[in-house]
Design a protein around this ligand. Structure first.
Ligand SMILES: NC(=O)c1ccc[n+]([C@@H]2O[C@H](COP(=O)([O-])OP(=O)(O)OC[C@H]3O[C@@H](n4cnc5c(N)ncnc54)[C@H](O)[C@@H]3O)[C@@H](O)[C@H]2O)c1
Ligand SMILES: O=C(O)C(=O)C[C@@H](O)[C@H](O)[C@H](O)COP(=O)(O)O
Ligand SMILES: [Zn+2]
Length: 378
């Protein structure tokens, strides 16, 4: 049989096994164009309500409408503004009231088409509508494909902290169409890459090495590498979520970098000054620096992480964030809203090495203060 090098690679199916809440994450090319055939088996009646945002609507909504129609599925769409500020009470209310006006029934399926902002918002709307309707994630950003569309964390932000209002609500299907990433701006691609590299850092040194060798080509557009990075990331996340769906233990490892990152996002007003994945990358490096300061890992570990982020052209220090930041105590106060706080104490994900992380509350306040003082001084 002859090999056609231009043929699209096969679809990778990653199963998330959670009993009655199990589902498949399909990773591959052309999935939006065949969305009707993919989603129809879930439907009681041949109609879905799609919620998306303006940028993605422009690029993908006609294709989705056609793809659904080819599978005999009709759609109605609501288009919200793009950007992190949409993960708020105002747009949650708009989304839920629109779904009610569309007479979405308990047996229907809602579709989230977009990045992590839309996935988190729509998943939360689905979780509270009529006390819970099913939803399908069609993630269109790298971040959403590797992370936010999987695992069932849904929600919106409070001015006081990230994702403080939300619910665990697993999707019924995830369609991660690698072709959708073609139009993603470089800054958003790199922000999403912050969550990809997080997987290597938290639990898979061999994946970090693979990324070190392949991520530049992946960023430049190699689709086979993109598909492999998404598949591997989703498999890693699925393995952790299967062990600990509601973050009673191990799932907190997926929060590497987030105690710092979320505080920085709140400090910058959930604005374009700092994207979520950028905050995660900066936060991962701070977690490695803190681990080295505490003698938990070698000094070479944070150096290697910093070199990798620099080679990828990513933000990696507080001085890479434009504009003023709160002082050390202001940042620590923002960290106090972290969902990992227990009995009033902050808990961090720290590391013994690249690929070897753990959760701890054992971080002396002085070490944290010194770390932040130095980071803020640049
Ligand atoms: N639920 C979870 O487990 C989880 C995990 C990680 C992150 N998150 C959340 O995800 C959000 C960040 O997600 P994000 O980075 O996707 O942000 P986003 O949804 O704002 O998308 C990033 C940008 O890319 C644009 N975009 C998306 N797809 C595009 C495409 N195909 N072509 C061109 N432009 C496109 C969007 O319009 C936006 O400007 C944060 O709110 C974060 O808290 C949630
Ligand atoms: O799925 C998880 O668990 C994660 O922690 C993944 C994170 O990348 C994501 O940003 C998540 O939304 C953070 O969760 P939070 O509980 O700290 O809000
Ligand atoms: Zn994240």
């Amino acid at each position: 049989m002859s090999h056609d090098p231009t043929a699209a690679p096969a679809i990778d199916d990653v199963r998330v096994s959670l009993g009655a809440r199990s589902y498949t994450v399909r990773v591959g090319r052309g999935l939006i164009a065949r969305a009707g055939a993919e989603i129809a088996p879930l439907l009681r009646r041949n109609r879905v309500c799609v919620i998306t945002e303006a940028t993605v609507a422009e690029l993908q909504l006609d294709g989705l409408r056609t793809g659904l129609a080819e599978g005999g599925v009709a759609m109605e769409a609501l288009i919200l503004p793009a950007g992190e500020a949409t993960k708020s009470w105002r747009y949650l209310e708009q989304a839920v009231e629109w779904l009610i006006a569309q007479k979405v029934e308990r047996g229907d399926v809602v579709v989230a088409l977009g990045g992590g902002v839309i996935g988190d918002l729509v998943g939360f709307a689905a979780s509270i509508l009529r006390r819970g309707v099913r939803f399908v994630q069609i993630p269109t950003s790298l971040l959403a494909q590797v992370d936010s569309s999987v695992g069932g964390k849904t929600g919106i932000n409070s001015p006081l902290g990230k994702n403080l209002i939300g619910a665990f609500h697993q999707p019924s299907l995830v369609l991660a169409d690698i072709d959708a990433l073609d139009t993603l701006p470089a800054r958003d691609f790199l922000a999403g890459y912050g969550e990809v590299v997080k997987y290597g850092l938290l639990g898979d040194a061999a994946f970090f090495d693979w990324l070190d060798a392949n991520a530049p080509a992946m960023a430049a557009g190699d689709k086979a590498l993109r598909q492999e990075a998404v598949r591997h990331s989703v498999r890693m996340k699925a393995d952790i979520v299967e062990r600990d769906e509601t973050e009673q233990g191990d799932r907190a490892l997926l929060n590497l970098g987030h105690t710092f990152g979320h505080a920085l996002e709140a400090a910058t007003g959930y604005s374009d000054r700092l994207l979520h994945g950028e905050g995660v990358a900066i936060g991962c490096l701070l977690a490695f620096d803190l681990s080295a300061r505490l003698g938990l890992c070698s000094q070479e570990a944070p150096e290697r992480v910093a070199e990798h982020l620099a080679r990828m052209g990513m933000k990696r220090t507080l001085s890479d964030i434009e504009g003023d930041l709160p002082g050390r105590d202001g940042l620590i106060a923002l960290m106090g809203q972290d969902k990992k706080v227990q009995d009033g104490s902050l808990r961090f994900i720290l590391v013994r090495a690249i690929g070897d992380s753990f959760v701890t509350a054992d971080v002396p306040r002085a070490a944290l203060a010194d770390l932040l003082d130095e980071a803020l001084a640049g």
